[in-house]
Design a protein around this ligand. Structure first.
Ligand SMILES: [Zn+2]
Length: 152
């Protein structure tokens, strides 16, 4: 099971693992990312309300690592949910990763750079020169080979 934080929804994180999140994340999301949360929930995402005991334990761990000031209430609750569910926490937040390590909670880091890079790739046709956002085996227009190029 994977506990998803807000950044997971913002980056459109997707995996085959059973997803879980907490009500506080839902209320932080707006627009398209809120719809993504609803879609995940519709697809069977587990909504977990962590117990106060677990939240207190996370708070103490965050105090020990010096991250308590940095973490929001939602962050603490996400950590508590991952702790209680024995789940992997999916986040790109460094302070949360730090506290998760202290609690022996597994973390999957969302590689923000990796995702952005992937999104920025374009594929250019060697024949007609058209560029495409998605890779194809062959140019759908003229059938020539495509090569990857970075528009930046
Ligand atoms: Zn072409």
């Amino acid at each position: 099971m994977e506990v998803l934080d807000s950044s997971a929804f913002i980056h459109g994180y997707d995996s085959d693992e059973q997803a879980a999140s907490i009500p506080a994340v839902q209320s932080e999301l707006t627009g398209e990312t809120a719809l993504r949360f609803d879609a995940e929930q519709g697809a069977g995402m587990h909504i977990h309300v962590p117990g106060e005991g677990a939240v207190g334990r996370v708070r103490r761990a965050a105090d020990e690592t010096g991250d308590l000031e940095t973490l929001s209430d939602t962050d603490l609750r996400l950590l508590a949910a991952a702790f209680e569910l024995d789940a992997t926490l999916v986040t790109d937040d460094y302070a949360m990763q730090n506290v998760a390590e202290r609690l022996d909670v597994r973390v999957r880091v969302i590689a923000r750079d990796g995702i952005d890079e992937q999104r920025d790739w374009q594929f250019q046709c060697a024949g007609c020169g058209r560029t495409f956002d998605e890779n194809h085996d062959r140019c759908p227009i003229c059938g020539s080979d495509l090569s990857r190029k970075n528009p930046a």
